[in-house]
Design a protein around this ligand. Structure first.
Ligand code: ADP
Length: 605
């Protein structure tokens, strides 16, 4: 079978996603491959599809033990025989599996890296034909990255120990130069074909919300966006998780919690409830997410700001793996920055390390304060070349609110920093500007400086907002210390001398006012041409089949596939097979049930 045939028959897709075809072709033709694609880019297909075509077995090395069963179940739904070997298996289960592998019953075998060089595994592998070794999460081999796993260093030894060198493929979403170099070098890839797809996730909408009442914003958001779809709410602490679960539950939302302090059964139960769509919203600490590949998470809302852009992008990136429109909302409050700083201070780090961590934190703070395109801010962080100044799919690009000239306010703030000899932090500078009677100001005689009280008619929040905007625009530098100090950069002169103007969104800096909430939280549901009522009926059918078979609903069909059905109303096998996501095996298992619901629905209309 050729690759397109396999793509349609097993995966149900007509087209490859960007970068996939090149890798698949390379592997099927016996060449090594390196795939660097963002989360949701479709890496699994790049090794699963060749595995179906190639003779013998493909070994997929993955550190995500929790995901192996899901991957194998998904393959089974597509008609591909797969198995896994990891530490969660009982001894007799392991023996049975090994015997089945010897009998060539499987095309794909998932293995945790720790198993590779064990004697039983080596013994098994010497008798079977391994055509291809795929290394998932390949960045785990690099000591530069934050996910380093020593067991990954065992992989080259394992590959060398095979009778014939198989094709080797490495896949990751992490693309820093050092890590890519280490992957190629340590795994010893042989002149690999490379597919490096940018970091951008065009289906994700980014937004930063500054609100004085996070909870009421959250409730309003949940009531007006993706009312029935799954979402993750990330919080900084276990306590916040618990209180939010309670408060949202009281308001009637289908919600569960997840954090490291729960016992493992409860955690597993809650995770399953979320994945199987039994609970719609999961409120969690950052303990949740690694190894979760639920494709239909429609929003990831950060109730607190995480520690840096990398953590944010990883967590937010759990939205929309299926390519459907999804939201990534970050609720910002200055107190979250203070909390993060406290955590850093308590970590007992070397000065250098501490400085780096502060710098990384500051980047995310700047992200929260920029008026420019949020997507570009993220992509710049990851070293991407920016093509357009606006993405038109983030809160800032879509924000129509009036921009006002804040040059004069900016000059007041910059000169206050100058007049106080660049020796104080944000809070003190704001107090001086607003003419506070705080003891510290008296002690340092700051009430005598000429800028004392010159912004007395602005709210504390407004002065803070403008100051942080000046930081994000590079006019002020915040030192990376325990007690960060505001300093002027060389660029600050441009503002002080009236050579450049500074602008800001009006509604965020109204005098004496609170930071106002957006007039309405925009509804960003997918707006395609499908019948929403039929879509609901198809989802109900999918849910009941999933329940009966004890698999997550997305393993049957993705939302996008159900929407395709609700748009094209297929009447028979031939028409159903034209819908993206319907392969032959899935048609055989479920086709008739879905056609019958569509038929009934059309008959009723
Ligand atoms: P990654 O491992 O890169 O994060 P996955 O392999 O989990 O991404 O793929 C993300 C989603 O994209 C999956 O739900 C998968 O079914 C879907 N997908 C992969 N390839 C295609 C394709 N060619 N067309 C449509 N959907 C695809």
């Amino acid at each position: 079978m050729d690759v397109y045939n396999v793509l349609k028959t097993y995966f149900g897709y007509e087209k490859f996603r960007m970068g996939q075809e090149k890798l698949v072709d390379s592997i099927v033709n016996g060449n090594d491959a390196l795939g660097i694609m963002p989360t949701g880019g479709g890496k699994s297909l790049c090794y699963q599809l060749p595995a179906i075509i190639l003779e013998g077995i493909t070994i997929v090395i993955s550190p995500l033990i929790a995901l192996m069963k899901d991957q194998v179940d998904s393959l089974k739904e597509m008609g591909v025989p797969g198995a896994y070997i990891n530490s969660t298996m009982e001894q007799n289960e392991l023996i049975t599996r090994i015997n089945e592998i010897r009998e060539n019953r499987y095309k794909i075998l998932y293995v945790a890296p720790e198993r590779l060089n064990t004697s039983y595994f080596k013994d098994l592998i010497k008798d079977i034909k391994v055509s291809f070794v795929a290394i998932d999460e390949a960045h785990c081999i690099s000591q530069w990255g934050h996910d380093f796993r020593p067991s990954y260093l065992e992989i080259p030894k394992f590959i060398d120990s095979l009778n014939t060198r198989p094709v080797v493929g490495a896949f990751t979403a992490t693309a820093t130069k050092e890590i890519v170099h280490e992957i190629k070098h340590l795994i010893n890839l042989n002149n690999p074909v490379e597919s490096i797809i940018g970091f951008d996730r065009p289906n994700l909408f980014y937004e930063v919300i500054k609100t004085s009442n996070k909870f009421s914003y959250l409730v309003e958001y949940l009531n007006s966006n993706f009312q029935e779809d799954a979402g993750i709410i990330y919080c900084a602490t276990r306590k916040t998780v618990e209180s939010l679960v309670k408060k949202l539950g009281d308001q009637g939302f289908s919600v569960i919690g997840y954090h490291g302090g729960m016992d493992s059964d409860e955690r597993q139960q809650n995770q399953d409830d979320f994945i199987f769509n039994r609970a719609r919203i999961i409120v969690a600490t950052n303990a949740f997410g690694m190894g979760i590949d639920k494709p239909d998470v429609r929003f990831v809302l950060h109730y607190n700001m995480p520690k840096n852009m990398e953590a944010y992008y990883q967590e937010a990136g759990r939205a929309g793996r299926d390519g459907e429109k999804s939201n990534c909302i970050l609720l910002y409050s200055p107190s979250d920055v203070v909390k993060q700083k406290l955590i850093i201070q308590n970590e007992n780090l070397t000065h250098e390390r501490e400085e780096l961590i502060y710098k990384n934190l500051q980047y995310l703070v700047d992200y929260c304060h920029t008026n420019d395109c949020l997507r570009n801010s993220i992509l710049t962080y990851f070293g991407e070349v920016i093509e357009n100044s606006k993405c038109n799919n983030c809160g800032n690009c879509l924000d129509q609110s009036e921009m006002v000239d804040i040059t004069e306010e900016s000059q007041k703030i910059l000169s206050c920093i100058y007049r106080t000899n660049q020796r104080f932090g944000l809070t003190t500078v704001i107090q001086v500007l607003r003419g506070s009677k705080n003891k510290k100001l008296i002690q340092f005689e700051l009430y005598k400086v000429s800028t004392y009280g010159i912004m007395a008619d602005y709210s504390e929040i407004a002065v803070r907002e403008i100051t942080m905007t000046l930081v994000s625009k590079g006019y002020i530098h915040i030192t990376a210390d325990k007690f960060p100090i505001l300093k002027l950069t060389s660029k600050a002169k441009e503002v002080l001398r009236n050579e450049v103007k500074v602008y800001h969104k009006k509604h965020l800096i109204e005098r004496k006012g609170q930071i106002s909430k957006r007039e309405e939280s925009k509804k960003k549901d997918v707006n395609e041409n499908y019948d929403a009522n039929l879509f609901t009926e198809l989802k109900e059918l999918r849910y009941s089949i999933a329940k009966e078979r004890n698999i997550p609903p997305f393993m049957i069909f993705h939302d996008s596939t159900l929407k395709g059905m609700a748009a094209h109303l297929p009447k028979d096998k031939e028409e159903l097979l034209t819908i993206s996501g319907v392969g032959l095996k899935k048609y055989e298992s479920y086709g008739e049930a879905f056609i019958s619901v569509i038929e009934d629905y059309c008959g009723k209309k």
